[in-house]
Design a protein around this ligand. Structure first.
Ligand SMILES: [Zn+2]
Length: 53
């Protein structure tokens, strides 16, 4: 598992919070439009900890 290339950044979205990553991953690609801030952070960490597409 290589998390070095995953640096998702939580950002404000129109309807809450979202994240996107330099690898091209983004929360919107997980099927979720927006999160609460806490959910966005957890989801972003999740992305970094797994080899999400
Ligand atoms: Zn990534």
């Amino acid at each position: 598992m290589d998390v070095a290339h995953h640096h998702p950044k939580v950002r404000r979205a129109s309807a809450g919070w979202a994240w996107d990553c330099s690898c091209g991953g983004a929360s919107c690609r997980t099927g979720v439009v927006s999160f609460s801030w806490r959910e966005a952070v957890i989801s972003a960490l999740n992305h970094a900890a797994t080899l999400a597409p």
